[in-house]
Ligand binder design. Sequence first.
Ligand code: GLN
Length: 486
Amino acid sequence: MTNHFPTTAREIRDAVASRRVSAVEVCRHYLDRIAQFDGKLGAFRAVAADRALEDAARVDNENAALPLAGVPVAVKDNLCTRGMTSTASSKILEGYVPPYDATVITRLKQAGAIVIGKTNCDEFGMGSSTENSAYGPSRNPWDTSRIPGGSSGGSAVAVSAQLAPVALGSDTGGSIRQPAAMCGIVGLKPTYGRVSRYGLLAFASSLDQIGPLARTVFDAALLLKIMAGHDPADSTAASAPVPDFCEALTGDVTGIRLGVPAAIIDEGIDQDVRNAFSQSLEVLKDRGATLVDIDLPHARYAIPTYYLVATAEASSNLARYDGVRYGFRASNTGQDLRAMYTRTRAGGFGTEVKRRIMLGTYVLSAGYYDAYYLKALRVRTLIRRDYERAFERVDLVAMPTSPTPAFALGERLEDPLQMYLTDVFTVSAPLAGLPAISLPCGFSSRKLPIGLQLIGRPFEEAVVFRVADAYERATTWWKEQPRVRM
Ligand code: GLN
């Protein structure tokens, strides 16, 4: 590999378009890196080497001028990819090969991108560490004894360790932003409705969004532009026009008002995270942004609200996995249909998924519905109103992405509540339907990445990207690379 080998999506598509490098060479480069490092990291559930090389050759021959020509993309395993297994890292979907592509996959392929493989995740996106995968955890490239975050951990690891230049994840309560923060890369959760979810294996339908993980803000903006927009196959995909997010990256943040909810950033937060956060605010202030104190009085209810709404929706969405038409089916159940259902679900779902199905069914059941589910919906409205009120005075809200850097593998597995508390800063944006980005803003004393989160008004990803890009231009955190020892 020469020093000039292109490593971002932007560099790759430019190099492919000008024939400085072929899409096939790019693809081989990443397949080699996967072969070299993924045994240690466990980012991928499946690698589509032959198919990726064929697709790359086709790009070289026919489509070298497309906006993502020859750009390899690693795809979270809860997105349907035609002809490639798509299991959401669950045993219940073992061996499932969808007959269709998710809309985001179709759009990326049409733009010349190459699906290089499927990435490991927490089962059905339920977790914050990628340890809830039925197929074993992924490891953080900055310290392989630690978790990469979750649930899109495999996607974040792939981008961070340069096993792929960009990746797709899904975010229900933080699953793109939190692993991006812990692996030192950029991750964006778009506005609810910005991106079609056709072909996403659903977790919680009022929260789920698909979004990009990348090393630069430009790459994330480039991917979102191609993925976003109305889709007749998903009634929740908004018809709002999709601006050219890359053009929004002017480097100028003068006049931007940045809301800082100081009251929620104090309690129980790692000192290194707090320091990195304050320093990143100073950087943005130096660039011309104004810092404004804001209050999000209902933010402290975000975790319980999220874990009621998300589990209720999950219990309903996951009812479809019955062993009848696809995926895993328990054997030895004879002619007894009920036994087939029960044993299939008992054997096919992991512990955390079962916990959530039970909790979700409970909060939706007669007698408890009003006390839990309905109440959670009401508090969700209050959380959204807090943001609406804040956005009357500010353009963006800033907070850390995660209260701590990556923790050790196994550290929180026995204590679900500790695991849930990891999401304290990420669940409110999806509850309010808002776009939010995480970008690298420093390192802990143990050289673990820390993420800065910027939350925007609905459908104002352009503003989120512009400020994030200005921050990226003013700093060098994003340039640092983990050194993976085999
Ligand atoms: N960590 C959160 C959860 O476990 C969020 C997961 C996600 O965004 N998919 O539900």
